[in-house]
Design a protein around this ligand. Structure first.
Ligand SMILES: [Zn+2]
Length: 474
């Protein structure tokens, strides 16, 4: 998780607001429609892989292509999850932290899958179809969203003040809520899972209903609760043939690791209270490792990471975390070795490949080893197959080609980056420059042409919002 680091370092402008979110568990920052605030999309291979493996049977039962459904983590202590901009399920880390077991996470996600399958979709503007997740979320919430990703490019995206007022914009009707519940139940059954998590989740939401609105979670505001929802859920769950079937035992360990990781990153100072000195379990060691890293206890962090790796030499995430800390402790050669090992253990980990590429690009320059640009490029090519919405990939391509003196190619990738960040006029300008320097008919020229056709097809009002945003920024 290279990602949470930047949450604390890269967004100085928003830090107060984010601390506020962290410390008070409130959602004021995220929801104050008129105020600009910061949120961070967190990309983490381990958490995403775990959740996706649990959810894949549910998505199949829903008749969805699992590859088409995206799970996007958002750093916030609030309990929330929603579907937006197509088949994208946004999951707040607070939801993962506050659930009591994997079944409750499934319950939330099965319900959101019910919204997707039922076509209760909150569509973004046309321009958002190819936007990065952080730009998409920023547009939806009307706040600044950064991505904590692979490096220095994680600047928050300042959106105009046209906050859409998330609670009302994302809220589903009561009818849709009931239908998503029933669909979720069906999918849980189709997947052979117990529906118990959906029941206990609704019970805890029901308990919240009597709190003043300001103390309710965002989830309750966007997913209206009614007494009959719980009754219907209990009745439906009682009929499930799997109602008493336990969730797979190995899920508990994966779940404990997710919680340990989130705690280590978001509240390192609390790790010592939650995990005692005597707790030698792997999740405890994981949390302590991340806390030591986050608190810059360098030697201890590296030594703890080595203990994790000694326990599970083939766990790609332990090598990943070591790579991340070494990078942040300025040992980029060591970082590259750890990231390479992680990639060799999990070749489909696009996000780790992006981190590796970032370190290689830095090494290529500081150690004068231009051959490393090709290794970086290969990793970016592989990562792009799975992460077409990553603006970090485009930034790194542009850096490589810019340093190699290929300005048209660099400009083309900067145009892709601008497009992903929702800055369409800037993308068009960059693209004009790129096309002028390219050989007509070459593969690069054709890619740039394709992007131009797409940008030209966007409605004028989307581009006008670019200008509005730029004017507000000045
Ligand atoms: Zn709902």
């Amino acid at each position: 998780m290279s990602y949470l680091t930047l949450f604390f370092t890269a967004h100085h402008a928003h830090i107060q607001c984010m601390r506020f979110i962290l410390l008070t568990l409130m959602f004021v920052c995220a929801f104050a429609g008129s105020a600009r605030a910061g949120l961070t999309v967190i990309r983490d291979t381990e958490i995403e892989t775990t959740l996706r493996s649990w959810m894949t049977p549910i998505w199949r039962a829903a008749g969805l292509n699992p590859d088409a459904v995206k799970l996007i983590l958002v750093s916030s202590d609030d309990f929330n999850a929603f579907v937006a901009g197509g088949s994208n399920i946004f999951v707040y880390t607070g939801m993962l932290a506050q659930t009591k077991n994997p079944g409750e996470i499934l319950g939330v996600l099965a319900h959101e899958t019910g919204h997707i399958a039922g076509g209760h979709l909150i569509r973004g503007r046309a321009a958002m179809e190819r936007a990065s997740y952080e730009a998409l979320l920023g547009t939806i919430l009307g706040v600044a969203v950064g991505v904590a990703g692979g490096g220095k490019a994680a600047g928050g995206i300042m959106m105009g003040g046209q906050g859409l007022g998330m609670a009302s914009f994302l809220a589903h009707s009561r009818v849709q809520e009931s239908s998503a519940d029933q669909a979720g139940l069906r999918f849980m059954q189709g997947a052979g899972y117990s529906p118990q998590g959906m029941v206990t989740l609704l019970e805890s939401m029901k308990a919240q209903e009597y709190r003043p609105q300001g103390q309710q979670t965002a989830y309750l505001q966007t997913h209206p609760m009614t007494a009959d929802r719980l009754t219907a859920m209990e009745a439906g769950a009682a009929k499930s043939p799997f109602k008493d079937k336990p969730y797979p035992a190995e899920w508990n360990d994966a779940y404990a690791r997710i919680k340990a990781k989130l705690l280590g990153f978001t509240s390192p100072e609390r790790v010592a209270w939650v995990y005692s000195d005597k707790d030698t379990s792997t999740p405890a060691l994981y949390a302590k490792t991340i806390a030591a890293y986050r608190q810059s206890r360098k030697e201890q962090a590296v030594s703890l990471a080595d203990q994790l790796i000694a326990r599970e030499p083939n766990n790609p995430y332990f090598h990943e975390i070591k790579g991340q800390m070494l990078r942040d402790f300025s040992d980029i050669t060591g970082a590259a070795a750890s990231y390479r090992k992680a990639v060799s253990l999990k070749p489909d980990a696009a996000l780790i490949r992006i981190d590796l590429a970032q370190v290689l690009v830095e090494m290529a320059q500081t150690q004068k080893k231009p051959a490393l640009y090709r290794e970086a490029e290969d990793n970016l090519d592989a990562a792009y197959q799975r992460e077409q919405r990553s603006s970090e990939i485009q930034r790194l391509y542009a850096t490589i080609y810019g340093r190699e003196g290929d300005q048209p190619r660099a400009q083309y990738h900067l145009a892709e980056q601008s497009m992903l960040q929702g800055r369409h006029r800037e993308a068009t300008k960059l693209l004009t420059g790129a096309l002028a320097g390219m050989t007509p008919g070459s593969p690069d020229y054709r890619k740039a042409q394709d992007l131009k056709v797409y940008l030209d097809s966007l409605p004028k009002k989307d581009k006008d919002e670019d200008d509005e945003r730029e004017n507000k920024r000045r």
